[in-house]
Ligand binder design. Structure first.
Ligand code: OAD
Length: 240
């Protein structure tokens, strides 16, 4: 099956790659929905990944993100991230990388132009629209940090449940899904929209879809091939 997909990769004019948490699992970043190890097996998303949760208990949510930032700071991009970045360097303009991951590992692997649909956990933004007093140079340390004048809180610059995705990244991802002739869907459960909808877009536009995931997903019916392998093993074998 690898040979078939390698042929498709060779012949594709444009390839879109959609990645999810499984992409970083072999780097040591926990996924969200895996039954034993996933973050949502231990934590309720409504308590930690919504604006309402943050307003209700800013310290709890801020500290959870601090914990995840610390964890992500200690891990490295894996062979899958590196294979994608290397392929993109060797084939400029042929691959668009779309990720739901906030860990920044594609970018750290050297992947330029990564479309980070859910933001980046290393960045902060203001919770409420910044006023004149909300200046980056005068942020008061704390859990979470705040503007010393008006009390506006900093928040992780990630997309929480119920929030809009960054419009430019989403638009670019939709364009890539429409114009690709091959889409590789790597390490995502396909449960979260609009990201999962990109696979329908690509399929409807006539692209071949290949799933790379050790487990079945609700998107498998759209795929021409499902490779039941892990990202860090499969991608180097396909893209070398
Ligand atoms: P999930 O945790 O829902 O799914 C991870 C997928 O990765 C599962 O289908 C696993 O079978 C697969 N997987 C596990 N290990 C793998 C490996 N080594 N190689 C390949 N696949 C592997 O993660 P996402 O689909 O990314 O959103 O979740 C989507 C969104 O839901 C996340 O971006 C996050 C979450 O709530 C926000 O935080 C907004």
């Amino acid at each position: 099956m690898h040979d078939t997909v390698r042929d498709w990769i060779r012949d594709a004019r444009h390839i879109a790659v959609l990645t999810g948490a499984g992409m970083s699992a072999e780097s040591g970043v926990p996924t969200f929905r895996d039954a034993q190890t996933g973050l949502w097996a231990r934590f309720d998303p409504q308590d930690l990944a919504t604006e309402a949760a943050y307003r209700a208990d800013p310290q709890r949510v801020w500290d959870w993100y601090l914990y995840r930032r610390g964890l992500i700071g200690q891990v490295q991009a894996n062979a899958g991230h590196l294979a994608l970045a290397d392929f993109s360097r060797r084939h400029p303009g042929r691959l668009t990388l779309i990720t739901q991951n906030v860990d920044g590992l594609h970018q750290r692997a050297g992947q330029t132009g990564t479309l980070a649909l859910h933001g980046n956990i290393a960045d902060d933004s203001w919770l409420d629209a910044p006023r004149q007093c909300c200046q980056p140079g005068s942020i008061e340390d704390g859990h979470p940090p705040r503007c010393p004048v008006c009390g506006n809180l900093r928040r992780p610059a990630v997309v929480w449940f119920g929030e809009h995705l960054p419009p430019a990244a989403l638009e670019a991802a939709e364009q890539a899904a429409k114009r690709c002739d091959l889409m590789l869907v790597v390490g995502t459960s396909g449960e979260v929209y609009p990201a999962a909808g990109l696979v329908f877009t690509a399929h409807q536009a006539g692209a071949r879809v290949v799933m790379i995931n050790p487990a079945a997903t609700p998107l498998d019916g759209l795929a021409e091939l499902c490779l039941r392998e892990t990202a860090a093993v499969c991608l180097p074998a396909l893209l070398a």
